[in-house]
Design a protein around this ligand. Structure first.
Ligand SMILES: Cc1cc2nc3c(=O)[nH]c(=O)nc-3n(C[C@H](O)[C@H](O)[C@H](O)COP(=O)(O)OP(=O)(O)OC[C@H]3O[C@@H](n4cnc5c(N)ncnc54)[C@H](O)[C@@H]3O)c2cc1C
Length: 540
């Protein structure tokens, strides 16, 4: 039945977001379980991350044969990737292909932002409000809002009065930005900034990169896929799927079991060099102990810092770029196409804003605390996201007894398995904080969550279960376990990382993703379900 504004549409499930997560969740609930399900999406198309992130150089760091759904042989057979790492436009085409193939768009309401959702015990339903005036109710509410979907624009005094143009990479204009003849400032040198700078530098009159945190990067070595590799993907997808589902981080490569000091210095250098030549995220698979032993990590860090000094010709710039203060892999490890080489161009310069922070943006320039001014026409904020909790908190969720999510998470996110929050019955959070999410090749994490949620809902429907939510005890145990797992690695040592929420002023410093590994996590989730949803309270 067509819905009209201001009417209340009754559904079984409302799903928020039409990226990888929301699309698959809709397919599972509608086509597998036969439920009435609807997706609400604020963009006017599918794609999620790849709808919004269209900045120059925007490209996936996961290899294409693994950055896709694995649940359908038909989808795998019919789709063909063109490059080792798919670019944003190709991923959008892929997700549109999936949405069309599974006939999903008829149940997605685009250009519709969820503004609040409230659980009412009286009817055991979520009441969802949107900015277009729609009201929907559903027994189940599933957030598929993404870990990296809330752009973080730093509050720098003077930005409002800036007379040039400014953009955040995660909200990039669909018709692109013309940098020709312009003086461009790029603020931020994380994975995004590292992808964007080389491409911006190709056309800008001048590019000034403002770096607060120097970062490692390994060459991506992107290239068109050969016909042989395309055939390999088609013929060996079962094996690829087995690998991505059994590895710690959901990537199609296996982390070596050898330890850094099991081999001689000479052998180690050969291994690092081979990994550097091969390129990509596989670099961190060179040794087992890179993310748990500081001494081991130091050897990789030294190798990568030396590479920067070899590539960058100006010694002062090379020194700033290689002055990296955290272990390799403790922040999201970027991969690049000519990032460090870009600083050898005559039209590119680097400014160290850790040494001399940005004080303000004047109508025509970026001004540092020392008083130094850099006149610019365009500012590009490659400053990342209010990651993992930002989009969830902005949903204005109210659970049982009027409990607001902002209250429940005042001191940081608290949930069970990253999937459910105490006090918020029948709410499921796909790749929520406390799950492997961003430490994993995400389609793998997403499929696991969506399938677990689908099985759980199926179980509830078949057994007339009205409500599910985790017990406080289970939440306490999980939060502790997530902390312990993080502290067993070097990851919390990157004090300014977005994994810790440190990029957003005022955000509680809690290590958010689960470092225990995707394969272990999957087993644990399955065991919990098999044991009658241990740690959850289910009521008729
Ligand atoms: C630049 C960049 C590069 C990345 N590279 C990789 C990579 O190499 N490998 C990898 O595994 N992952 C990568 N990721 C992570 C990426 O986010 C995931 O791989 C995946 O796309 C997440 O899918 P999702 O559906 O869970 O969330 P998203 O794709 O983020 O989709 C969430 C959707 O929810 C919508 N939404 C949010 N709030 C609301 C609301 N209130 N109302 C309505 N709609 C709402 C958003 O508009 C968005 O469309 C990258 C992310 C970024 C930003």
């Amino acid at each position: 039945m067509p819905e009209t504004n201001k009417t209340e549409t009754e559904l079984d499930a409302v799903i928020i977001g039409a990226g990888f997560s929301g699309l698959y969740q809709l397919h599972c609930l509608r086509d597998r379980l036969g439920l009435r399900a609807r997706v609400l999406e604020m963009a006017d198309g599918v794609g999620g991350t790849w709808y919004w992130n269209r900045y120059p150089g925007a490209r996936c760091d996961s290899e294409s044969q693994s950055y896709c759904y694995a649940f359908s042989d038909e989808l795998t057979r019919e789709w063909e990737w063109s490059e080792r790492y798919p670019g944003h436009a190709e991923i959008r085409r892929y997700l549109n292909f999936v949405a069309d193939k599974l006939d999903l768009k008829r149940d997605i309401r685009f250009s519709t932002k969820v503004t609040s959702a409230q659980y009412e015990a009286a009817d055991n339903r979520w009441h969802v409000a949107t900015d277009s005036g729609d009201r929907l109710t559903a027994k189940y509410l599933i957030t598929a809002v993404g870990c990296l979907s809330t752009a973080n624009v730093p509050k720098i005094p003077g930005l409002d009065a800036f007379r040039g143009q400014w953009y955040h990479t995660g909200q990039w204009p669909h018709d692109g930005v013309d940098f020709r003849g312009k003086r461009v400032a790029q603020i931020g040198t994380g994975s995004t900034g590292i992808q964007a700078a080389p491409v911006i530098a190709e056309t800008a009159a001048h590019l000034t990169v403002f770096q607060r945190t120097a970062n490692y990067s390994v060459p991506a070595r992107n290239a068109p896929l050969t016909p042989e590799f395309k055939t390999y993907i088609k013929e060996n997808f079962d094996e690829i799927r087995r690998t991505t589902r059994s590895t710690t981080n959901g990537h199609p490569f296996v982390i070596s079991q050898r330890k850094v000091f099991d081999v001689s210095e000479e052998e180690r250098q050969k291994i690092y060099q081979a990994a550097w030549t091969k390129g990509g995220l596989q670099f961190r698979a060179a040794f087992e102990d890179l993310l748990v032993s500081k001494d081991a990590n130091d050897t990789a860090a030294k190798f990568l810092k030396n590479k920067i000094r070899e590539i960058v010709k100006d010694p002062e710039t090379a020194a700033k770029l290689s002055d990296i203060d955290h272990p390799y892999g403790a922040k999201r490890p970027p991969i690049d196409t000519d990032y460090f080489e870009t600083f050898n161009r005559a039209n590119v310069s680097l400014v160290d804003v850790r040494a001399d922070p940005i004080a303000e943006i004047t109508p025509t320039a970026i001004k540092l605390e020392s008083g130094a001014e850099y006149p610019v026409d365009i500012i590009v904020f490659a400053t990342g996201f209010d990651a993992m909790t930002g989009a969830l908190l902005r949903l204005n969720l109210t659970g049982r007894d009027g409990l607001k999510l902002a209250q429940a998470w005042q001191a940081g996110p608290r949930n069970y398995l990253g999937l459910q929050i105490a006090g918020f019955p029948n709410l499921f959070t796909i790749t929520g904080p406390g799950s492997p999410s961003v430490l994993c090749n995400m389609p793998v994490a997403i499929e696991q969550h969506v399938e677990w949620i689908t099985d759980c809902i199926d179980h509830m429907q078949r057994n007339d279960i009205a409500r599910i939510e985790p017990t406080e005890e289970a939440v306490n145990g999980w939060v502790q376990h997530v902390n312990d797992a993080a502290n067993a690695t070097l990851l919390p040592q990157a004090h300014h990382s977005w994994y810790l929420g440190a990029n957003v002023p005022g955000k509680p410093r809690v290590f958010m993703p689960y470092t225990g590994g995707m394969a272990t996590y999957r087993e644990r989730c399955n065991a919990i379900a098999d044991n009658g949803y241990e740690g959850f309270s289910l009521s008729a």
